[in-house]
Design a binder for this molecule. Structure first.
Ligand code: AMP
Length: 465
């Protein structure tokens, strides 16, 4: 049979990878919530002009990488290559700039599409997690976004992070610098790579991003942006750096950091992780400030700042550096009907156990008990609940602890209590000097209600004494 495979540059996310993505996304959502960012869900499909107008006609993304096609009505639409333009469009369409307190703080999670050459850490469909703060010009807000990204990576367990940062300045700074760059590269243009020749005409700043070995020396000696900044831009940038210093977020200034999207102005940044051999798969995340984009899409001039992380890269680096959390999936109860006759009744019990809040599964077409136990072991099951003909008649079940192998017959009406007794750690005395680990054998004199989960009441009690 001819196997149908995934489209080049796309990939399935299943099993442990899917669990890890979920964990990473959850950490991102929780942090976004702490910082006061609300989720925006925008369509994957947008009119192409949204991106040509915002990401920029001269950017690699728009020139070469858009999944752009005509729909059945002959309209040019594109799969989003990034989210910022869509988030700004959504805020503008909903008139949030006129009706809501600014800044509008949005976060997003979802797939993006770029027709790039697939390679390590580079896909044609990939997932991004990102933030945008729209409608306010404040160096503190830029610092907030940068700090968020740094904390997020720390939270995931990354160490040896490198935060690279630069400023492109305002319009005047950018235009002065462009002139200087063009003058500098002009005499060398003939020897430079074909991409750089194009960039020279379209967006000369992007020459600084060139990784072609023969151009690198030239790029290194190019004039520095710093010497072309207006005093306002210099001041704005230094306030961001001051705040990062106050927050003890280490950064490294990098003059050649320009980013590939045309809408950036002022601060731009990237987060990198280098393994023990000093290798990096590219930026884990990146972002920057933009001062024209909101005006172009909403008609009201405002500044914005945002960042985006790539989920595939986060996962790949976490995995190859053994930083992923333990993802062993544990099943609380596996219900084991002895024969097909007991399956429907066992399924009702299964749903009941799930309603109690325990992870529970069942053998739908039961084979021997032996094979059911093997399956339960593979699923890291804590308790087996065996239901045979006798049990069905007497409305009981056999509850077996998979670890100790101890089993007991339980009337179904007492099942909830039995499961609670074994599976809820009523009185978690972790770290408690009284040495007990359960409600039952605790004689710590604690006045707290042992039915409630609490960290360690004995400590409080002892302190009071
Ligand atoms: P960008 O929108 O280009 O600033 O990218 C932000 C982040 O998205 C990068 O730092 C990567 O982690 C991720 N990313 C960008 N392009 C790709 C891609 N083709 N495949 C996988 N991840 C990507």
């Amino acid at each position: 049979m001819d196997n149908i495979v995934t489209v080049k540059g796309t990939h399935d996310v299943i099993n442990d990878e899917a669990i890890a993505y979920q964990e990473i996304e959850l950490a991102f959502r929780e942090l976004a919530d702490l910082y006061g960012y609300l989720e925006f869900k925008t369509p994957v499909l947008e009119y192409s002009k949204l991106f040509t107008r915002s990401v920029g006609e001269s950017s690699d993304i728009v020139r070469k990488e858009m999944y752009e096609f005509l729909d059945k009505g002959g309209r040019s639409v594109s799969l989003r290559p990034e989210f910022t333009a869509s988030i700004v469009r959504a805020a503008a369409n909903a008139k949030l700039f006129n009706t809501q307190d600014l800044p509008i703080k949005a976060f997003y999670v979802g797939p993006a599409f770029r027709y790039e050459r697939p390679q390590a850490g580079r896909y044609r469909q990939f997932y991004q997690l990102g933030l945008e703060a729209l409608g306010e010009r404040s160096p503190i807000l830029d610092a907030e976004i940068i700090s968020f990204g740094y904390k997020f990576l720390q939270l995931l367990g990354f160490k040896n992070l490198k935060l690279k940062i630069n400023t492109l300045g305002d319009d005047e700074s950018k235009s002065n610098y462009k002139k200087a760059i063009k003058e500098y590269f002009k005499p060398h243009l003939e020897e430079m790579c074909s991409d750089c020749k194009e960039r020279y005409e379209l967006n000369p700043l992007r020459i600084l991003d060139c990784k072609v070995p023969s151009d690198i020396e030239l790029v290194k000696n190019a004039p520095s942006m710093k010497n072309y900044l207006t005093s306002e831009s210099k001041e704005y940038y230094s306030l961001i750096l001051d705040m990062l210093n106050e927050l003890q977020i280490p950064f490294e200034e990098d003059d050649s950091l320009v980013r590939g999207l045309d809408y950036y102005s002022d601060v731009v940044f990237e987060y990198h992780f280098y393994d023990e051999e000093g290798k990096s798969i590219g930026a884990l995340g990146a972002g920057g400030h933009y001062d024209k984009l909101i005006g172009e899409l909403s008609g009201i001039n405002h500044d914005g700042v945002g960042l985006a992380f790539g989920l595939e890269r986060l996962y790949s680096v976490l995995q190859s550096n053994n930083l992923l959390p333990d993802m062993t999936h544990v099943l609380d109860v596996m219900v084991m009907p002895i024969s097909d006759n007991e399956v429907p009744f066992s399924y009702i019990i299964t749903e009941y156990i799930r309603d109690l809040g325990y992870k529970c599964d069942i053998s739908y077409s039961p084979k021997s008990l032996k094979s059911q136990f093997k399956k339960a072991e593979r699923k890291n099951t804590r308790f087996a609940l065996i239901v045979g003909e006798d049990e069905l008649k007497t409305q009981t079940a056999i509850l077996k602890n998979m670890e100790t192998q101890v089993q007991e017959k339980v009337p179904l009406q007492d099942l909830a209590d039995a499961l609670d007794k074994h599976l809820i750690n009523h009185h978690s005395h972790e770290g408690c000097e009284c040495g007990c680990d359960s409600d039952d054998d605790c004689d710590c004199d604690c006045e707290h209600d042992h039915e409630h989960e609490h960290e360690c009441c004995c400590h409080h009690h002892k302190e009071e004494e």
